[in-house]
Design a binder for this molecule. Structure first.
Ligand code: HEM
Length: 450
């Protein structure tokens, strides 16, 4: 019996280009390119990135399919595989059963009671920062937010004061962060084996950070003390069968993963939020009214969160317009039928919060900054996966609750005392690295609220 191969019908997409495909544009400024593809070709778009067959899926049903319903048919795309040289087998980079086990072991570190503990540190650091700023000075708010969220993740993870007691940690992490971006340059896998300066610096920074982390792990194991931080949780974690605990190497991999995944994203979300507030005085006034009413000048506590709803809506709307993770990649393990087409096994699938969050079907007048879109009534009208700044399914961001708590508390605590005004010379443009940064930083003038 002959089984003639059925020709695969390709979804629509931009005209094919030899050799590099759309790689050059994709490297330069990918979010608008993807948005244009979606506008012109619809919910399933085919294009080539270099030799790679790539499919952009835009409909919330397809997004749900990939994240949830058919998640077992997808692995992380190459870009995250590359991060393994730094992150080892941490949550972000592991796959299959190894990932399931790590996720189970890590989950208790993000339980409600633990989050309440971390929220005290968030509030304390917000207090430090707002007390440090001077009326009338201009600061790069992106840098401020990076240092603030790094300090918080350092404290919640290790009980280490990255700002004060342990500047070596901060320094090594700074280097690692730069080099983390280097890792994502195309062809960096070839550069990595060469003894060129960035590679040596990365090796050194990695060794330095490893030696600090392993020392802290040793000391903590020896003392057996539960300090209420993430590290204690990881050291105490026991698998369901009671057998598997985390090795030092696994704890190290998770610690670095959380350090990296857990601060730049939140810092970007806050940076864009301050920018948007500076451009929309009516939203800013409403936020000020809420924080004044709820906090009356004191620092926020965990119990205040249900009353800081408008602050949360502002953050949600800011992450709609500037999703800190602007695209999420997967590789199909085997042929995947979707929307009347078949995506062949081995292809890359891209889901883009940037594209979906700007889709006028779900967000009329999509460029308008309007926190009122996030009242329970309004959000209830939209399909769930029209908004996915934290991904979804088994790989949903484990720090999502942490990030909402941190973002809302920092926003409320700082807005209670300060109004931030964009420096007139500041150029504003997003830059899509792994996260969506502000290309030229974000210099803003600080004005004390009377
Ligand atoms: C606004 C802040 C944040 C955003 C927008 C964000 C976004 C994301 C997204 C989109 C993913 C899924 C990636 C994928 O499916 O390929 C993810 C995963 C992850 N995030 Fe976050 N994140 C944020 C904050 C945090 C924080 C605060 C932490 C830790 C304290 C964290 C830790 C992680 C980890 C460990 C993973 C991997 C989870 C897994 O695969 O099981 N993130 N994040």
């Amino acid at each position: 019996m002959s089984t003639a191969a059925v020709p695969v019908r390709r979804p629509p997409g931009p005209k094919s280009r030899p050799v590099v495909g759309y790689l050059p544009e994709f490297r330069k400024n990918p979010p608008p390119l993807l948005a244009r593809f979606a506008r012109e070709y619809g919910d399933i778009v085919y294009f080539k990135l270099g030799p790679q067959h790539t499919y952009l899926l835009n409909h919330p049903d397809f997004v749900k399919d990939v994240f949830v319903t058919h998640s077992a048919n997808f692995t992380k795309s190459r870009i995250l595989q590359r991060a393994k040289s730094l992150l080892g087998e941490g949550l972000l980079t592991s796959e299959g059963d190894a990932h399931k086990r790590q996720r189970r072991l890590m989950q208790p570190a993000f339980h409600h009671q633990r989050l309440i503990g971390y929220s005290r540190q968030m509030s304390r650091y917000a207090g430090l920062w707002r007390g440090r700023w001077k009326d009338g000075e201009t600061r790069d708010i992106h840098e401020e937010m990076m240092r603030l969220t790094l300090a918080i993740v350092g404290m919640t993870l290790f009980s280490a004061d990255v700002e004060g007691d342990a500047p070596e940690v901060g320094e090594a992490l700074g280097q690692i962060l730069d080099l983390f971006n280097f890792l994502f340059l195309p062809f960096s896998e070839y550069l990595e084996v060469l003894p060129i300066p960035p590679v040596r610096r990365m090796e050194k920074a990695r060794e330095q950070l490893d030696s600090i982390i392993y020392r802290v792990i040793r000391e903590r194991r020896a003392s057996g003390e539960d300090k209420g931080d993430l590290l204690s949780m990881m050291l105490m974690a026991v698998d369901e069968d009671g057998a598997g605990v985390m090795s030092d190497q696994q704890v190290r991999d998770e610690a670095i993963t959380i350090f990296l995944a857990g601060h730049e994203t939140t810092a970007n979300a806050l940076t864009w939020t301050w920018y948007l507030l500076s451009q929309h005085p009516e939203v800013e006034a409403k936020l000020h009214a809420e924080v004044d009413r709820v906090l009356g000048g004191r620092l926020p506590e965990f119990e205040d969160l249900p009353n800081l709803k408008y602050a949360e809506m502002v953050l949600a709307e800011s992450m709609r317009l500037y999703p800190p993770v602007w695209a999420i990649g997967r590789r199909a393990k085997s042929d995947y039928p979707v929307g009347g087409f078949v995506i062949p096994g081995g292809s890359v699938v891209i889901l883009s919060p940037w594209v979906s969050h700007h889709d006028p079907r779900w967000y009329p007048d999509p460029l308008k900054f309007d926190p009122e879109r996030w009242t329970p009534d309004e959000s209830g009208k939209r399909p769930k996966f029209s908004y996915f700044p934290f991904g979804g399914g088994p790989r949903l961001c484990i720090g999502e609750r942490f990030a909402w708590i941190e973002g809302t508390m920092l926003l409320a605590a700082l807005a209670a005392k300060w109004r931030l005004r964009l420096d007139p010379h500041q150029k504003v443009e997003p830059k899509a690295t792994i996260t969506l940064r502000s290309r030229y930083g974000m210099r803003m003038r600080l004005e004390a609220r009377g």
